[in-house]
Design a protein around this ligand. Structure first.
Ligand SMILES: C[S@@+](CC[C@H](N)C(=O)[O-])C[C@H]1O[C@@H](n2cnc3c(N)ncnc32)[C@H](O)[C@@H]1O
Length: 329
């Protein structure tokens, strides 16, 4: 008997974790990194990684079944085309963001608890150093390509002094500074992520044009006289009142005529689409006290209320869009 589409949909979605968890685990435990170096048998890999051979082979065979690995008598290897994304040093690596997802799985599993309490399961400050590094470096994985696109769409050549507010590893500041040799930037973030930003800025050789400021953007001074304040993937962590306070602060930090650019996963007015933004809102429910995916309309209305002008929307990769607005002169 043919399975009704509704039932197929339910069963496909319900078993999604059985595919996600082996993929995330293989990334997090170094299985992909080891297989990227050379083809191995399950036994050789188990000895190298200190794993149980029977358990490892079971997982490797499932990863072959899903197309991430190939496997034959000579052993297991990464499937063609996957190395650049799955290896930590791959050109378009997503290794850190996959490790970050691995850390999120046990939190999402506590959704029943969150539904009762309305509270996040872990306070941000309780992240372990490994979790923090995977999160911040995961942001670099995601933002590298979208920042290239943002630099072009924002026409960053017109700016001279930007603030990358909650800039994490400073990816946007680095990409924008490379695109515009006249640009000076400040990356503002909490003290631990700022350490990672400093490493990235030094690796890019841009210490002369990119400064860092460590602090809490809700409480501390964020500097002034910027002609661009870039706020990427930040407001979804904040409740409406905090978002308003932060945008007010961003406005005060801009020169007259300066631009605020807010990159996020905006919902449409139905608040149930796009699909990614609707589900991302659950991530914020589980991980932050008041965060959520905002509708584009909510943010446009807020910007207008705060006195911003000339609102525009630019779409960029990885499910995002950038809302821009100008502080009147
Ligand atoms: C989702 S990440 C976005 C990073 C970067 N803007 C990007 O798009 O790649 C959010 C960033 O906000 C920072 N952050 C969160 N709360 C903050 C606060 N109160 N003050 C300063 N930075 C904060 C986090 O440390 C993290 O780097």
């Amino acid at each position: 008997m043919v399975m009704p589409e509704a039932l197929a949909h339910i069963m496909r979605t319900a078993s999604g974790y059985t595919h996600a968890i082996p993929l995330l685990t293989a990334c997090q435990t170094g299985i992909f990194a080891a297989l990227g170096r050379e083809r191995r048998s399950a036994g050789a890999l188990a000895r190298e990684l200190g794993m149980d051979e029977r358990a490892l082979e079971t997982v490797l065979l499932a990863l072959v079944a899903d197309g991430f690995l190939t496997g034959d008598e000579a052993g297991f290897a990464l499937a063609p085309g996957y190395g650049e994304f799955l290896l930590p040093d791959g050109k378009r690596t997503r290794a850190s963001i996959l490790s970050h997802h691995a850390h999120l799985v046990p939190r999402w599993a506590r959704l029943p608890e969150v539904l009762r309490s309305g509270e996040p399961v872990v306070a941000t400050q309780d992240r372990t150093p490994d979790e923090l590094r995977a999160f911040i470096c995961g942001m670099a994985n995601l933002s590298r390509e979208s920042s290239l696109e943002a630099a072009e769409k924002l026409n960053v050549g017109q700016y001279r002094r930007m603030l990358d507010l909650g800039g994490g590893p400073g990816t946007a500041a680095i990409v924008f500074a490379r695109a515009n040799p006249q640009l000076n930037a400040v990356v503002f973030d909490l003290p631990d992520p700022i350490e990672i930003a400093r490493e990235e800025i030094a690796a890019a050789g841009l210490e002369d044009r990119i400064d860092t400021m460590a602090g809490d953007f809700m409480r501390d001074d964020i500097g002034a006289d910027y002609d661009l304040v870039y706020i990427a993937n930040i407001i979804h962590m904040l409740g409406p009142e905090e978002t308003e306070a932060l945008l007010r602060k961003a406005r005060a930090a801009l020169v007259p005529g300066g631009t605020v650019a807010i990159k996020d996963f905006y919902l449409d007015d139905s608040r149930a689409a796009p699909n990614f933004a609707a589900f991302f809102s659950i991530n914020m429910l589980v991980n932050t006290p008041r965060g959520k995916s905002y509708t584009r309309t909510e943010v446009e209305q807020l910007l207008t209320r705060l006195g911003f002008q000339d609102l525009a929307l630019l779409s960029v990769a990885e499910e995002s869009a950038i809302l821009t607005a100008r502080k009147g002169s």
